[in-house]
Design a protein around this ligand. Structure first.
Ligand SMILES: Cc1cc2nc3c(=O)[nH]c(=O)nc-3n(C[C@H](O)[C@H](O)[C@H](O)COP(=O)(O)O)c2cc1C
Length: 345
């Protein structure tokens, strides 16, 4: 096997990346309530793209207009938003970087009067509501394609709606979308088939929990089974994560890559590229991992919040390590900027 260099170009289905580094989805929380974005968002993505990463997965982008789960969510829930997101893609493409929209639903909200909505649980929503959600994901992917995105990522991790829906802990449905692993995963397969049928040029990836880390939730064996079903149904790549996504206390060269074991197991089982996120901080550890396993790609979130040009630094200096101290303060700063990294010399 030839040595896998972090800066090799890689050919994925429908997608050629200039290197093996992907910006993992990172929610900025600065879009308007209707999903509109402006110069502050463009600036963040311009800086990231200039920083040398091969592809950027956007922060979670709701497929629904009535999804109030988090503040400042991007949305691809309405055609009127297309020009703004087209501009975002153009900014990313101008730096020879690929653009992937992370499509998500925080929760399902039902309108109960002209101004009031209530959240309906994954178990009690009607079958027709589930079918409508599938259509919303497909419609959002179609908008992403019109905007020029190279791919979409189905966000089925971190106990967002899809992650809860496929989990036996939350989904106690009695219809075709509940019960067995196959039934709970059917929502993912229908979204995938819908996107593949109507937007065949898009690279379709998924972010999924290797483990819910909750008693009664999805564990590794079931996650593997769902990933195999997705691979058989034509998903183009899989990004492995888990609940408790942004682990603290990461030290370069000591405890990097906390989902690495599962990603390695999965990459052995499936014939599609696996992307491993979570706690990567040094080129040496990333390349060691890539070369000891069948995993093809590494994704980064906090290191790029801290230093958007981290890929360029890794390219220039093999021994470079991230300045990110995994303090997670970026979760509570405006636009989720790093509180420390930019000023630490
Ligand atoms: C501020 C912040 C926002 C995040 N937003 C998202 C998101 O929109 N979608 C997602 O799947 N994960 C999100 N994550 C999780 C990251 O993508 C990533 O899985 C996690 O931080 C571990 O990788 P890291 O060690 O490279 O940061 C976010 C993480 C942070 C710190």
């Amino acid at each position: 096997m030839p040595f896998k260099n972090l800066f090799d170009a890689v050919d994925l289905n429908q997608l050629r990346l200039k290197n093996r580094l992907i910006r993992s989805a990172t929610w900025e929380g600065i879009a308007d309530i209707d999903g509109s974005i402006g110069e502050d968002t463009y600036e963040i993505y311009r800086e990231l793209a200039k920083g040398g990463v091969g592809a950027i997965i956007t922060g979670f982008t709701s497929v629904a207009t009535n999804d109030f789960y988090f503040g400042g969510m991007m949305r691809l829930s309405d055609n009127k938003l297309i020009p703004q997101y087209k501009k975002l893609v153009e900014i990313i493409h101008a730096e020879d970087c690929k653009a992937i929209s992370q499509l998500a639903l925080g929760a399902f909200y039902k309108k109960i009067s002209s101004k009031n909505f209530i959240e309906i649980s994954e178990t009690s929503m009607r079958t027709q509501d589930v079918e409508n959600i599938i259509k919303m994901f497909v419609a959002a992917a179609n908008r992403a394609e019109i905007c020029g995105f190279d791919g979409v990522q189905i966000h089925a991790a971190h106990f967002f709606f899809l992650s809860r829906f496929i989990s036996p802990l939350v989904n106690h449905r009695k219809d075709k979308f509940g019960g067995s692993t196959e039934n709970r995963a059917e929502i993912l397969l229908e979204i995938l088939r819908g996107i593949k049928n109507s937007a065949p040029k898009l690279h379709v990836t998924i972010k999924i929990n290797s483990n819910d880390f909750t008693v009664g939730g999805i564990e590794e064996e079931e996650s593997l089974k769902i990933c195999e079903m997705l691979a058989a149904a034509g998903i183009d790549s899989i990004e492995v994560s888990g609940n408790g996504t942004s682990v603290g206390g990461i030290k370069a060269g000591v405890n990097e890559g906390y989902f690495g074991d599962f990603a390695a197991k999965l990459a052995k089982e499936v014939k599609i590229p696996v992307i491993c996120v979570g706690g990567w901080r040094s080129r040496q550890e990333m390349e060691k991992f890539l070369n000891q396993t069948d995993v093809e790609l590494i994704s980064l979130s906090r290191p790029l919040v801290c230093e958007p040009d981290f890929p360029k630094k890794l390219f220039a200096d093999k021994n470079c390590v991230s300045k990110c101290v995994s303090c997670n303060a970026c979760y509570s700063t405006p636009a989720h900027r790093c509180r420390f990294g930019r000023n630490c010399g």
